[in-house]
Design a protein around this ligand. Sequence first.
Ligand code: MTE
Length: 334
Amino acid sequence: MLIKTIKPSDIKECQVTDEKVYLNRRQLLKGMGFIGAGTLLSQSASAAPLDFWGNDKKGTFKQTELLYRKGADIGETLTPEAKVTSHNNFYEFGLNKSDPAENAQGLKVNPWQLKVSGEVDNPITLEYDDLFNKFDLEERIYRLRCVEAWSMVVPWIGFSLADVIKQAKPNSKAKYVAFETLYDPEQMPGQRSRRIGGGIDYPYVEGLRLDEAMNPLTLLSVGLYGKTLPPQNGAPVRLVVPWKYGFKSIKSIVSIKLVERMPPTTWNILAPNEYGFYANVNPDVDHPRWSQASERRITTGGLFARNRIPTLPFNGYGEEVAHMYKNMDLKRFY
Ligand code: MTE
């Protein structure tokens, strides 16, 4: 049975895939495909890509293929994997789009610890294997809209941030969530040199309001295109907040802290008049130096395939998220 209520705004896997296929694959992930992979993953010291669906296990890859085609059926062409993994922003590894893919390959992602702390009754430390075994993994096809006015469509793999936060049991003081990227200047040349790292005071930090963090769309991603995240995309775990500009989607996270007050965020510290805390995708609020009314969708390579399309409010996810901002002046709280 095909789920019929597909809205263009909603391109989560469970809504674009035949339900039976989806459930099958989840069982498969839980049963063998995935639990096995967690053990395998722990053997590699760096972020060597590994198939989630197990290409070597016959019968599983086809389901993934089906999903990708369904994504295309509803009018969104996936950005090719080669583009998703070579056109990156990860200033810890340099400022050019090709720098992260060139400079991040040695990033050690295992062992890794992600701490969930702060205003919680049950602080958690997730080890590398926990990232793949402790929570229900889903594949979600999301648009990613960078504040620089380019965008992609990416099939992420991950789990709801809400699941992690619920496990940590926030107390009544918790109002915001603060995120932090790994600080390791030995591994990250941009943290050693202000020239390479764009003058940012590292570690890179980001934040969400608690209700934004608990929104079902907010994803902690551990993979893309059926494989573990490559280092340049934020291995081993990064945030994906599809209705906000890409800079909110912080990479290679080591700390998630529940806090009482709005936490500082890297781009807002650097240029507060250009980058706000909220950073909701909004075609009606221009960046002071360029328009946000349209964007360049990165599809296939080549000049003619670089489509310019209108930008959608909340990046097309308004139905799911606009209610969180209903009494707010979005021009003021950009
Ligand atoms: N996270 C860290 N730690 N450092 C960064 O420079 N860049 C952000 C975000 N997360 C960034 C980061 C920006 S500006 C964007 S658009 C996205 O990552 C890009 O994600 P991608 O490279 O996977 O497309």
